[in-house]
Design a protein around this ligand. Structure first.
Ligand code: BTN
Length: 251
């Protein structure tokens, strides 16, 4: 179980922290329950950790951070921007630890490999947004990944050679998220610029993978909704709403 004293000393919006030993997925737990806004659900391990696009999130016990934040009351049009904002906050939280980049929409990259991932999950009732949960996995002290992902995954320990206090990282991320949240919601921050400063591929070649098809573009940042702006091979602008940037140009 986590020692959460660092986090609880923060004067922010927190609905409190629920620290679990083992759970199927902190996202499932958060969406299934009824918690005040900004409640944080964290777990030492997840037996069914979920990643984007139906992938699995490896969630070994005691090594990394797996947590979900309850976002009650957020407007539906803020969901994609919130994904982007969370990625920016994570990148900024880790900026003194390693050279951090973001791969759209919110993969946190260091040394050309994935360090953290973010998965927002929602539930709607009769067309109305009922619940929104932001789930974050950060590879902290793991130093060996399963063979199938070892070529594309990294951790703070692999990047720096030392161990980190996970609760301190969680506290620091939540402090940054909560202190910037009101400005984010009221559009008082320039999220397009903040995000672009961390983008791994601004003005670079990327390939977008969608429904088994791979298309090459040049990245031109994001728009106000958090969608990716690109140019196709003929130089024509396009907007990407869903899909994944491949790791083929990553370095
Ligand atoms: C991704 O594929 O990049 C997103 C990974 C998100 C993983 C986190 S770990 C905590 C939360 N619970 C889950 O089951 N998934 C998210």
């Amino acid at each position: 179980m986590f020692d959460i004293s660092l986090y609880e000393s923060f004067r922010g919006k927190s609905g409190g922290i629920i620290s679990l030993d083992s759970v199927n997925s902190t996202n499932i737990y958060a969406v299934s329950g009824s918690f005040p806004a900004f409640t944080v659900i964290t777990a030492e391990e997840q037996t069914e950790g979920r990643g984007r696009s139906g992938r699995k999130w490896h969630s070994l016990k005691g090594l990394n951070l797996y947590f979900s934040i309850v976002l009650n009351g957020i407007e539906p049009q803020k969901l994609l921007p919130m994904n982007i904002f969370a990625g920016y906050v994570m990148a900024d939280t880790l900026r003194d630890v390693a050279e951090i980049k973001i791969k759209w929409p919110n993969d946190i990259i260091a040394g050309g490999k994935k360090l953290a991932g973010i998965l927002m999950e929602t539930s709607f009732s009769g067309g109305t947004l009922e619940k929104a949960v932001l789930g974050i996995g950060l590879n902290v002290n793991i130093d060996e990944f399963p063979e199938d992902i070892a070529h594309m995954a990294t951790s703070l320990k692999l990047l720096t050679g030392r161990n980190f206090f996970r609760e301190e990282l969680l506290a620091s991320f939540m402090n940054n998220l909560e202190s910037g949240y009101d400005d984010f919601i009221t559009n008082r921050i320039d999220l397009v610029k903040l995000w672009s400063d961390y983008s791994a591929f601004l003005d670079k070649k990327i390939s977008i993978h969608k429904d088994g098809v791979k298309t090459q573009y040049t990245e031109r940042g994001i728009d106000d909704f958090g969608c990716l702006k690109v140019e196709n091979d003929q130089g024509r602008p396009e907007t990407i709403v869903t899909g994944d940037i491949g790791y083929d140009f990553c370095r």
